[in-house]
Design a protein around this ligand. Structure first.
Ligand code: GCB
Length: 609
């Protein structure tokens, strides 16, 4: 008897946790859906001891018998005898989207828990489905609607949503999040990085309305290596057979009619001959429409192929050099995450000013809007997940988390022509455990999307004046992509760089994913004076001479477009919590090295015409 009630209890608990955590991959093209923005001013409470989450015996309130007692109750004092030790109404407000570190001096270095609350009105209609959608929350979110938990999510840069159909009220609703950006060893990323750990609801929040059997996911892209063969797949949120679906591109007078299969899916490949292909020189996007009897979704999609042949990278079949730069998701002028189209445009325009045709969006998924802008502005993209440095390679839940983040990135951006490379990590130290972790990620990427390249930023090892690239992961990925900091962390003065050569084990296109050195904008000296613009300028000139010895060199993404904040960078004069490797300073001024890169790119553009 006792045993069976335990079993029942266990089943109930499992059911509860599954319901609470039920999370499918994020819905494709959220901007193209019926959405209500929940951005704006949110009230917040800083909660370093998680007082609003645990009782004094450290039991979570939301798992207690009553399921109440936490800040998610959003209580206010009803009479003067009542004891309530928090009050959202009287608490300060911050902007969402927005990291908390750049919105309050008190929170600049804060890592921990903050509660955020937004009230909103809704008019739910019968027969419709409703989701709250978060484009990104860093790092762990516990989400409550009208006092009840609707889900939890980990991972600071990818979108997620929860079904709130049964919880949404007509009239006023209260959405509350506990956001925790504490760094932890088993998470992705781990405790050790070189960027600011911006916490909060850093990207858009929406309430989205859907009909029954809505189109949750779709992909329309060219098949690898074939400039005329389109592949179209589509999936309904539930397995409904026989639904009519029309795919059309009015500009091409292309119209295709389908019926969903038993799983609610469509998979098709068809030839189309007069496509104007997407490229940085001509970033052509087509208006694409996908219609069911209940939905009408518009998107803008470009078509191009990307592949590797021997040591060449072929874009639409044409030999290409990736004239790139690395970028963090941070506005140096405001010292916070990029949060508007203007912020993103500024960064990508700076890259274009340097004559880039390519950007490395390091070290984690950037905003979907950033990728859409790259589509529109004509920049190829290396998109990455934060599998960075020392990950817990043997922990299965760490792997599951990395895989989920990679999946969410690919699902979100697989229709963007600009994305040509999925990067599965950066500078991960050699070991067997790491190799199998990374191989599995590479396989995941290829299974989800076989139309792009898979890469990772590897490391070189030195033997005398030779830089050796023999990381076994090089066998698995499509590029020989690696970081090297000759002339900064090792290797003497910039003038000495020319003595180094490379020993690269793999016959694949070489793409240098990072190199560079720091310069404090406006600080001048001779070319041997560390931190001066002249040192950085000489380092870049000599790097380009050194790298030109690699016959298979097919691209570079110097580190980095703009100075960025990092708690690792502590020199009080030159750094002050800023990594100064930017080609553009914290005040937006182009440093001397910027023009060295531009010159090199002008030459490469002519060479690869
Ligand atoms: C690296 C890392 C990058 C750092 C950079 C540096 O190798 O990949 O995240 O910021 O070096 O400045 O040291």
């Amino acid at each position: 008897m006792l045993r069976s009630s335990f079993t029942v209890l266990f089943i109930c608990f499992s059911l509860f946790t599954t319901l609470v955590n039920a999370q499918v991959n994020a819905i494709q093209n959220i901007q193209g859906r019926k959405i209500q923005s929940l951005n704006g001013k949110w009230n917040y409470i800083v909660d370093p001891y998680e007082n609003g989450y645990y009782d004094y015996r450290h039991e979570p309130f939301d798992q207690s018998k009553s399921g109440t007692g936490g800040y998610f109750d959003d209580r206010v004092q009803k009479d003067k005898t009542e004891l309530i030790e928090y009050n959202f109404d009287l608490s300060p407000q911050m902007n969402v989207p927005g990291d908390w570190n750049s919105q309050s001096a008190q929170l600049s270095l804060y890592e921990g828990n903050v509660w955020l609350r937004r009230k909103f009105d809704a008019r739910p209609e019968k027969g419709k489905k409703y989701y709250v959608y978060f484009a990104a929350v860093n790092y762990e979110a516990n989400v409550y609607l009208n006092g009840k938990k609707i889900g939890t999510h980990k991972g600071g840069f990818t979108p997620f949503q929860f079904d709130v159909t049964s919880r949404l009220k007509t009239g006023e609703n209260t959405l509350i999040l506990k956001v925790d950006n504490t760094r932890k060893p088993d998470e992705i990323p781990t405790v050790n990085t070189d960027w600011w750990n911006y916490g909060g609801i850093t990207r858009d929040v929406y309430l989205a309305e859907f009909p029954d059997h809505f189109i949750s996911d779709y992909k329309l892209q060219l098949v690898k290596g074939n400039n005329n063969l389109l592949s179209f797949s589509m999936k309904l949120a539930d397995a409904t057979a026989g639904q009519d679906i029309t795919l059309s591109i009015p500009e091409l007078k292309l119209e295709k009619k389908y019926k969903t299969d038993a799983e609610g899916k469509i998979n098709d490949e068809f030839t189309w001959n007069n496509l104007a292909l997407w490229s940085p020189e001509s970033p052509k996007l087509y208006g694409v429409n996908i219609k069911s009897d209940k939905e009408d979704i518009n998107d803008k999609i470009g078509f191009r192929t990307i592949q590797v042949k021997g040591d060449s990278i072929l874009l639409n079949g044409k030999n290409t050099f990736l004239r790139g730069v690395s970028i963090h998701d941070e506005n140096p002028l405001l010292a916070g995450r990029l949060r508007s189209e203007g912020d993103m445009r500024m960064m990508l325009q700076w890259a274009k000013d340097m004559n880039c045709n390519y950007v490395r969006l390091a070290h984690y998924p950037h905003n979907e809007e950033m990728i859409r802008l790259a589509d529109e502005m004509g920049l190829m993209v290396w998109a990455e997940v934060p599998v960075y440095w020392t990950i817990s390679w043997t922990n299965p839940s760490t792997y599951a988390n990395a895989k989920q983040q990679l999946t969410d990135l690919i699902v979100r951006d697989k229709n963007r022509a600009s994305v040509v490379i999925w990067s599965i990590g950066n500078e991960t130290p050699l070991s067997d455990a790491r190799l199998s972790f990374m191989k599995n990620l590479a396989e995941t990427a290829r299974t989800l999307d076989d139309s792009r390249l898979v890469a990772a930023a590897l490391e070189v090892h030195r033997d005398g004046n030779t830089m050796i690239l023999n990381d076994p992961l090089g066998e698995v990925i499509d590029l020989v992509s690696f970081n090297e900091y000759a002339g900064w962390y090792w290797g003497g003065t910039p003038a000495e760089l020319v003595k180094y050569s490379f020993d690269i084990k793999y016959n694949k296109p070489v793409v240098i994913s990072e190199f560079g050195g720091d310069a404090l904008g406006g600080f001048h000296g001779d070319e041997n004076t560390r931190w001066s613009e002249e040192y950085q300028e000489a380092l870049y000139k000599n790097q380009f001479s050194m790298l030109s010895k690699i016959s298979a060199l097919r691209g570079v993404t110097p580190w980095i477009l703009a100075d960025f904040r990092s708690p690792r960078r502590q020199h009080p004069v030159y750094q002050n919590f800023w990594n100064r490797k930017g080609l553009i300073s914290e005040t937006g001024k182009k440093k001397k090295a910027f023009f060295v890169v531009k010159d090199f790119y002008d030459q490469m553009q002519t060479k690869y015409k």
